[in-house]
Design a protein around this ligand. Structure first.
Ligand SMILES: NC(=O)c1ccc[n+]([C@@H]2O[C@H](COP(=O)([O-])OP(=O)(O)OC[C@H]3O[C@@H](n4cnc5c(N)ncnc54)[C@H](OP(=O)(O)O)[C@@H]3O)[C@@H](O)[C@H]2O)c1
Length: 301
């Protein structure tokens, strides 16, 4: 299988390359990979996919995903997350390549109280969410063989390039090391999702999944406060953790208060392999060497 991963040096792109390391793997990115590529450049995308490579699968992990920045750079957000996704879909359709595209829980708005399935009504609250939803629509319009994978709150060993290298786990550990107390919101509920199992799940669906929109997150749900608590417990970090609210942070960006996704489409095909978020967090901390010995001995038989 010949694969092209776009956005290969990003947080998720890195893990995708690892998940496909036994395939014929090609990588593209704005400033690196085998092929330097700006996905907004339609001619360059067409040349690479239709003429040079003709891959069986194109995985698009490239995005403008700094949520506050998208509010002030709407043209960039829609160019990268929407128009470029649409152009990729047209090129993939013409070249006979399957398109695997990463989307987000932020296509949803307020009001949900139970896990959202792929058929639930969307209603983005931010420019980022709206641009990603527009990208989904364009892919569905132009391409017949696609996987649109909506995920949420991802973290992994590779830095998130759009967020200055930070992910929530690293940010919490950094704050705990540099401040006497850490405030975290209790009124935003999501499912933290580790990129390693996510990339393995994406590989399985790339090879065996039917065309369509998928929700792909770890299992379970928690507030950011509960996630921070789990991080500090598992790493043995001593810090004063204080409950806070979204209103106290006075953010200019609106995010859904509850955006828990149910991986229904993958489950109906018997293809859901995502672990619980707590199990995934422990795996991440163990792999990055931060799991405390006390936690290990108390939780392993
Ligand atoms: N981070 C999250 O919590 C989260 C949650 C839900 C969904 N997602 C989705 O997951 C996917 C991966 O996100 P991530 O966290 O891995 O982001 P990331 O670390 O910022 O990686 C994105 C990659 O895309 C590249 N890129 C940006 N614009 C490009 C362009 N015009 N042409 C080619 N490459 C371009 C970036 O290159 P440069 O760094 O050089 O700009 C970077 O390598 C995205 O679709 C995102 O919307 C993320």
């Amino acid at each position: 299988m010949r694969i092209l991963v776009i956005g290969a040096s990003g947080q998720l792109g890195n893990e995708l390359c690892r998940a496909f390391d036994d395939a014929e793997l090609h990588t593209a990115d704005l400033d690196g990979g085998n092929f330097p590529l700006d996905i907004c450049n339609f001619g360059a995308v067409r040349l690479l996919i239709s003429s040079e490579l003709r891959p069986d699968v194109v995985i698009n992990a490239a995005a403008a995903c700094n949520v506050p920045r998208c509010e002030t750079q709407q043209d960039v957000a829609f160019a990268v997350n929407a128009s470029a996704a649409g152009n990729l879909a047209r090129v993939c359709h013409d070249a006979g390549s399957r398109l695997v595209h990463i989307s987000t829980d932020y296509v949803f708005g307020h009001g949900a109280t139970e896990p959202l399935t792929e058929s639930c009504e969307t209603g983005p609250l931010s420019v980022y969410g709206a641009s990603k939803l527009a990208g989904e629509h364009l892919i569905k319009a132009y391409c017949s063989d696609f996987i649109i994978a909506r995920t949420a709150a991802i973290y992994g060993a590779a830095p998130c390039r759009a967020k200055d290298g930070q992910n929530f786990v690293e940010m919490m550990l950094h704050l705990a090391a540099t401040r006497p107390e850490v405030r975290v919101v209790t009124d935003e509920i999501t499912t933290p999702t580790y990129t390693r199992p996510l990339a393995q799940q994406l590989r399985l669906l790339t090879e065996k999944g039917r065309s369509g929109v998928y929700h792909l997150t770890c299992e379970g749900a928690c507030s950011w406060y509960e996630f921070a608590t789990a991080i500090f417990n598992a790493t043995g970090t001593e810090v004063r953790l204080i409950e806070s609210t979204v209103a106290e942070f006075d953010s200019e960006v609106q995010r859904p208060a509850y955006s828990v996704l149910e991986n229904r489409f993958a489950k109906t095909q018997g293809l859901d392999i995502m672990p619980h978020w707590q199990e995934a967090l422990v795996a991440y901390l163990e792999e990055t060497g931060r799991l405390s010995p006390e936690y290990l001995s108390a939780n392993r038989t």
